[in-house]
Design a protein around this ligand. Structure first.
Ligand code: ADP
Ligand code: GLC
Length: 466
């Protein structure tokens, strides 16, 4: 079976969030299951593309509206990724230092049209086209409706929703950018009087998946306007829990760490990572360390952080460290909070630091209001760091509260009071060091590798075979 993933992000080439981690890991695990699984993504101007060699495997012109653009398909020359990586090079749109920006409609439409044009040239077409999030959501529509791609229309498409908050909608005035199709079918593109790539993908893909089972159920109640559509299409929808790359995220071999360790003896290794963090961020290494890593957006509950942190620090003898960026107002407030003792932050993105925090923190905070899956809690478990989560989406599917014979701290709902109470409960739990340590060892053994879910996807693809 030959699978092609189409995505805007892929680790380690370009990463904004968990989408990159998923697309950079799932193909590796699918390959182990006797399939060919490759990735096509935009060719951005970043460190990875500058430092690696690519060869041209295809060149053509793409027609978008009345304009013609040249594009190339570049293949990564070395095989460091364990799968074939193809990048679409359209200098006008994609060769930028960022992944997302204001003119994403044109950027990602050009990307998708180029991918389909390249596929027309394949002698043997892929058995499955697996597209991810709204940036690639028009592919299932174009493949089935645009005259130009008639020869591709029998290839099954799977669409994975990583986050339904972002839908990529744009005005019908831009419909001329989409390669010609029977206009009677324009309704397939529409939701609430806009062209909505996420909705179009839900309507046109052969199967729709979400990145956790609970998120699929939640979307039927709250999907930023798409609830009824998801209910209507529910027969072709299924939630498949994300996994993590067991090799990239392995405290025993992780090169980013100050000290490596495993579940037999995590104490010394975790301690030296914590000491490094505390020295670097001027925190007390003898206090329990609570951390947050992620995008500072409403979905992650980050607007409440300044108040939560103030209260939690006043009520508990703990330290807090934050790594993240996003909402400017929140960033400003968090910078101001640095005047508080026992708190520090790094406002920005730092892959290495994130690994050291997963290893060196005692608790990882995830008070998300929306969390389609969440990978941070799984990294945290793998590194022996107890997660504190709101019971929603993928967090609900992966973390069980210690009071229910589980291994994490769960709170039901995101308010300043609830999250502060969860921090206080965690602090009490930490005081019993023997119990805390047993828990650390236990959570490191929970298998969230992609092994199971990669197989679930293969089973899904197989059910689509003509
Ligand atoms: P989302 O995709 O919604 O942001 P996930 O939990 O699925 O959330 O994945 C987030 C990924 O991005 C994780 O790999 C996390 O470690 C990483 N990450 C988020 N913010 C930062 C940051 N500021 N620096 C380094 N890594 C980050
Ligand atoms: C999205 C979601 C996150 C999920 C990630 C990978 O960014 O917000 O919850 O883990 O995609 O699927």
């Amino acid at each position: 079976m030959d699978i092609l993933h189409v995505s805007a992000e892929c680790y380690p080439i370009a990463k904004i969030g968990g989408l990159a981690d998923v697309v950079g890991a799932l193909p590796k695990y699918q390959k182990k299951l006797n399939t060919t699984s490759n990735v096509v993504m935009p060719f951005y101007n970043n460190r990875f593309t500058q430092e690696n060699n690519f060869e041209i495997v295809y060149e053509n012109k793409l027609e978008m509206g009345k304009e013609l653009f040249s594009f190339k398909v570049l293949k990564l020359s070395n095989n460091s990724l364990e799968f074939d990586l193809f990048c679409i090079d359209i200098p006008e749109f994609l060769y930028t230092g960022y992944v997302y920006s204001a003119n994403d409609t044109e950027r990602f439409l050009a990307f998708q049209i180029a991918v389909l044009d390249w596929l027309l040239s394949f002698e043997k077409k892929p058995d499955i086209i697996h597209v991810h999030d709204h940036h690639t959501g028009l592919i299932p529509f174009m493949i089935t409706q645009s005259y130009k791609y008639e020869s591709l229309k029998n290839i099954p498409t799977v669409f994975t929703i990583h986050n339904a908050q972002y839908q990529g909608w744009f005005s019908h005035k831009k419909v001329y950018l989409i390669p010609e199709f029977n206009f009677a079918k324009v309704g397939l593109l529409d939701w609430s009087s806009n062209i909505n790539p996420l909705a179009a993908a839900i309507k046109c893909a052969w199967r729709v998946t979400t990145v956790s089972p609970s998120y699929m159920e939640e979307l039927k109640q709250d999907a930023n306007g798409l609830e009824d559509l998801l209910k209507h299409e529910s027969e072709k929808c299924v939630g498949i829990l994300n996994g993590i790359d067991w090799n990239v995220w392995n405290p025993k071999t992780d090169n980013y760490l100050i000290s490596n360790y495993d579940s037999n003896n995590p104490v010394e290794g975790k301690k030296s990572n914590k000491e490094w963090l505390c020295q670097e961020f001027n925190l007390d290494k003898d206090k329990p360390l609570f951390a947050f890593i992620g995008r500072l957006v409403g979905e992650k509950g980050s607007d409440l952080f300044p108040e939560i942190f103030k209260r939690a620090l006043a009520e508990n003898d703990i330290s807090i460290l934050l790594l993240g960026s996003g909402n400017k107002e929140t960033e400003t407030q968090l910078n101001k909070l640095q005047e508080e003792k026992n708190y520090n932050s790094f406002i920005g993105y730092d892959e290495r630091l994130s690994h050291i925090i997963y290893a060196g923190a005692d608790f990882l905070l995830m008070p998300s209001r929306v969390e389609p899956c969440g990978l941070n809690q799984m990294y945290s478990l793998r590194y022996g760091t107890t997660p504190i989560v709101n019971t929603i989406g993928g967090l609900k599917d992966t973390v069980i509260d210690i009071d229910d014979d589980g291994f994490g701290i769960c709170h039901n709902g995101v308010t300043i009071e609830k999250v502060t109470a969860a921090i206080t409960k965690s602090n009490l739990f930490y005081k019993n060091q023997e119990e805390y340590l047993q828990n650390s060892k236990k959570i490191m053994l929970i298998d969230h590798s992609w092994n199971n879910s990669a197989q679930e996807y293969i089973n899904l693809y197989k059910s689509l075979k003509k």
